[in-house]
Design a protein around this ligand. Structure first.
Ligand code: FUC
Length: 819
């Protein structure tokens, strides 16, 4: 029969993934206790909760994405424009300290330094007689987006299940027991919010309501309302003043609804009471099982698009906290795959269309004064949050980011105008729910004008993945606005006559020669960002047949930008002058923006710069804060060095506190700066993708950076630019054995692979020649670097690859096998 099947259906592709999505559980055999970072996150984009799984008192820590301190406000400093000529001349004259002092007075905001993402509080469930329990287990099943806690007391087995429903807009917890009448608890709220009022209603609901706090001179005006309603089978429910008591129930479902008066960044006229009630009433009519099944379906629509299998070892049977401890020494490829998918779970859970983008902590914060306000740091952190979105097939999750960029293009227009006398729009290095765009935190950090230039590139990236010209036309004005700001803000540097930003800085680093100041002109990252936003705007205008004169201006100005430079230590210079210290281990390596996420530095097109980027990576070292290590995984993947990328994954996936110098993970696999910052989670998911597939350098490069540990594996569902989808990729001993790619737009498919492939019917594939004709794969010409006489540059020795061209039709799938 086998022979017969092979004879008649030689080209059937059997999906290899039936085995791969097992074990997508974070699980533990002890409760969270006091530690928030032990609790497990659930979220539906707007509502977030951390489930502690505690006994005798369960804690459900609650968040709502629009619950922020403050009210609509702006934080520009109107003194900037008048001071600009003086600041510029101080910088060009080398008087950095004086320039920074003046910038502190005139550019840095004297108002809000950004508002804070706030918690609602904790819903506590105090179970009577639950001090002594056995058989304890809690888990977060990221394949089904559900948290479960189970335990036994005496002869009764108890179970709690919690989810944040995408379609039903509520958080639900379902409590069951193996014997009737055994569920009894008291439910009550506790909260750090000082203005909260906690009550019960005649319908025996428990409510929390209030207005958020004032912060840095901005009055708190976000009103919120939370309602918990209890559905019992058996038993009774009694409402006291500020608590609800459930007695002797067979099962209980808690429906938790929260809403605020927030409509958008300039409108707080919503009715939090009506919204919270309406979500609640609609959901309460449904059973837990109806809500559960609808939720799994809604969630899996996104989650199931990508499946990954990197292999499995005995460690996969261990609790998650133990796997985390062992990861540095054990071979546990399944743990890396779990962490990878957890990143996708977290993005789906914290960034849904119509809601707010993922903050520094995604959607999860329990503090009234969270680290860095749990807002948006846009000189790396927010961008990193969205790196996995397109390539791991979660394109829709970018929508909240796109909405924020659109808002910023409006608020940031006034900032560009008032502070810099420029057209277009800009943002400094932070923003918040009010879309503030002023400079904050002091000149050392805040004199950075690339928030708009960097963020808006994701609008172009989205087009590269979907090829939708109507969409491109709708976002083109935002791209154009970001480019226009630079057209007006760039100035000629008097020494080299390049066009540079001034004032400028390289995120949060300073060269020794600047007496502690970071302020400068024409830093490498800024030059790269301006180059990219100009190039992308030019290409967008060309696709849309628009703005020929503006395109000419951008081309002309782009040609006058400073080239990248290789300094005396063979490093890619961070600043216009050769000021890098080879012993500097600063967490930001902003000049490597050009290597990733940008594609200006390439092993094939710019080998000298590529080699310099490698020297910089080595000089800066590996261990650092969480997000910095996550960025390094992406960089080493671009270096085509899978083993070095894997070393960083090991360093990142270690218990917090293990590495001297920072980073690590908490038991719930929240990435640690420390403290918790979610960018590291997302950055790692992006990095692992880059190890398996890259599509930014003129082709689709498959398994470009495999570590030895992942010599055999498979992945399905990744997206590449030009609308290609990796339907199935399987490799063995670091060679591709099967590959199936769907073309959703058509056009030339250029593949770079480690071994020779043929079509599944045995026919040959054309070896690629010349430029890739696919318009989505065009790369920009990069100026030759200026190289210091002292620099030693060793050109890279690249692995051998084969490059193929397949001309594809929209909607067709191409099946390839090892030849
Ligand atoms: C930037 C980084 C810090 C931190 C903060 C939220 O300022 O330099 O390390 O991640 O953002």
């Amino acid at each position: 029969m086998k022979i017969l099947l092979i004879a008649f259906f030689p080209f059937i592709f059997i999906p290899a993934f039936s085995q791969s999505n097992t074990n997508l559980n974070l699980w533990y055999n002890k409760p969270s206790g006091e530690t928030w970072e032990n609790a497990l996150p659930i979220g539906n984009g707007r509502l977030g909760a951390m489930i502690y799984g505690n006994l005798p008192t369960e804690i459900i820590q609650l968040n709502e994405g629009t619950l922020w301190s403050g009210r609509p406000n702006r934080n520009d400093n109107q003194a900037a424009l008048a001071a600009l000529p003086k600041i510029r001349s101080l910088i060009f004259g080398g008087q950095y300290k004086e320039a920074e002092d003046l910038a502190n007075k005139t550019i840095i905001s004297k108002k809000s330094q950004g508002q804070m993402f706030e918690p609602v509080g904790n819903l506590n469930l105090q179970f009577s007689g639950a001090e002594n329990y056995t058989d304890y287990y809690r888990s977060l099943d990221i394949e089904n987006a559900i948290e479960k806690t189970t335990y036994t007391i005496g002869d009764v087995k108890f179970k709690r299940e919690a989810l944040a429903s995408f379609p039903d807009n509520v958080i639900v917890m379902h409590l069951t027991a193996s014997k009737a009448g055994r569920i009894s608890f008291k439910a009550f709220f506790s909260t750090p919010e000082p203005n909260a009022v906690i009550e019960t209603t005649v319908s025996k609901e428990l409510t929390i309501a209030g207005t958020t706090i004032d912060h840095e001179g901005v009055k708190g005006e976000v009103k919120y309302k939370g309602i918990v309603k209890f559905k019992l089978s058996g038993g009774s429910v009694i409402a006291n003043d500020t608590s609800v008591t459930v007695k002797n129930a067979d099962s209980v479902t808690l429906y938790i609804s929260i809403a605020t008066n927030f409509i958008n960044y300039h409108n707080l006229s919503g009715n939090e009471n009506l919204k919270a009630e309406s979500y609640l009433n609609k959901a309460f009519a449904k059973s837990f099982s109806t809500i559960l099944h609808a939720n799994i379906q809604a969630y899996q629509k996104y989650f199931n698009r990508v499946k990954i299998n990197l292999g499995k070892t005995a460690d996969s049977k261990l609790p998650t906290d133990v796997r985390l401890k062992n990861f540095a020494t054990d071979n546990d490829p399944g743990f890396a795959a779990l962490y990878y998918q957890y990143g996708r779970y977290l993005l789906i859970s914290s960034s849904q269309p119509g809601d707010q983008p993922a903050t520094l902590q995604g959607l999860w914060n329990n503090k009234l004064y969270p680290p860095w306000d749990s807002k948006y740091t846009i000189n790396i952190n927010t961008e990193m949050n969205y790196w996995p979105a397109e390539k791991t097939n979660l394109s829709e999750m970018q929508q909240p980011l796109f909405d924020m960029i659109k808002d910023l293009s409006i608020t940031g227009k006034k900032t560009a105008h008032d502070m810099y006398g420029a057209r277009g729009w800009m943002a400094h290095h932070n923003t918040d729910i009010w879309r503030t765009t002023g400079g904050v935190d002091g000149a050392f950090w805040g004199i950075w004008s690339n928030g708009g230039g960097w963020l808006s590139q994701s609008l172009w990236e989205h087009y590269l993945y979907n090829g939708d010209k109507k969409y491109l036309a709708s976002v083109y004005p935002i791209l154009k606005g970001a480019a226009t700001f630079y057209v007006d803000f760039l100035v000629e540097d008097p020494h080299n006559h390049w066009l540079v930003l001034c004032p400028d800085m390289s995120p949060e680093n300073s060269p020794k020669s600047h007496q502690g100041a970071s302020i400068d002109a024409g830093t490498t990252m800024s030059n790269q960002i301006v180059f990219d936003i100009f190039s992308k705007t030019i290409r967008a205008a060309e696709v849309l047949h628009k703005d020929a004169a503006f395109v000419d201006t951008l081309r002309e100005m782009r040609s006058r930008l400073a080239p990248m430079q290789i300094g005396q230590y063979g490093q890619l210079q961070e600043w216009l002058e050769d000021l890098d210290n080879p012993n500097d281990h600063h967490r930001h390596i902003s000049q490597l923006y050009g290597l990733f996420p940008s594609n200006q530095i390439s092993p094939y097109r710019t080998p000298k710069l590529y080699s310099a980027a490698k020297n910089t990576l080595i000089q800066r070292g590996d261990v650092s804060t969480g997000w910095s290590m996550a960025w390094k995984i992406n960089w080493w993947a671009r270096m085509l060095d899978g083993n070095h990328a894997y070393k960083l994954i090991k360093e990142q996936l270690s218990p917090v506190g293990t590495n001297e110098g920072g980073g690590g993970n908490y038991n719930n696999l929240f990435d640690a700066h420390p403290p918790f910052q979610i960018d590291g989670n997302f950055g790692c998911t992006s990095g692992i993708t880059e190890m398996l597939m890259q599509s930014d350098d003129g082709d689709i490069d498959l398994i470009p950076a495999l570590p030895d540990e992942w010599a055999t594996g498979s992945i399905s569902g990744l997206r590449a630019i030009g609308g290609f989808e990796i339907v199935d990729l399987q490799w063995k001993n670091a060679k591709i054995v099967r590959l199936s790619i769907k073309s959703t737009i058509g056009g030339n498919l250029r593949l770079r692979v480690p071994n020779s492939l043929a079509f599944a019917d045995g026919s040959k594939i054309k070896i690629a020649i010349g430029n890739n004709s696919n318009s989505f794969y065009q790369t920009e010409k990069i100026k030759d670097p200026i190289i210091s006489d002292k620099a030693k540059i060793t050109l890279p020795k690249l692995r051998k690859t084969l490059v193929y061209d397949i001309s594809t039709k929209k909607g067709s799938t191409y099946n390839l096998i090892a030849d």
